[in-house]
Write a protein that binds this ligand. Sequence first.
Ligand code: IMP
Ligand code: MG
Length: 184
Amino acid sequence: MKDDIEEVLISETEIKKRVSELAQKLAVDYKHKKLTIIGVLNGSLIFLSDLIRQIPFPVKIDTIRANTYAGASTFPKAETKIIHNININIRDEHVLIVDDILDTGKTLSEIIRMISKHSPLSIKVCVLLNKRARREREIVPDYCCFEIEDKFVVGYGLDFDNRYRNLPYIAVLRDGIMITPKTL
Ligand code: IMP
Ligand code: MG
């Protein structure tokens, strides 16, 4: 797997440090509040599991799944579809949506729209990475670990064609590993 990597953008140590800092901030901000964390599958898997284990009070956890990227592509599809919705009551809860990356913003704006229908007390967004350059929806993360430039990255949950999620750091793949289609 290491042979496929061009560059490590964010090391395992840096990720650990930022995730702990973020968990501490959440512990303060949501103290004495009923918190439900909703992880966006599959990208948030690793970030979510590291983050929630550092929150010192009982939180409700659920997941939601959206489809934005097509197969072996780095281009977003035109539309975002929710293909697995939450299955718990969040009406009296403060909701924190956790995702791997905020890119165009299409996925999270659709997820926020869906979750709003359940009328929770509040909705905030927490992402590992923020790639501002490609934003198409007006959405700013409430919590974010790292700002990154416009590069396609993998690792720590982020995939290319569903692979590389298991890398413990954030990296850019070598040229030739990612074959992007000519059309969307
Ligand atoms: P958005 O709807 O364009 O904001 O896309 C969000 C989703 O696209 C993320 O949850 C990721 O699954 C995927 N994505 C966006 N940028 C990257 C990247 O650089 N690497 C891997 N996946 C990405
Ligand atoms: Mg993905």
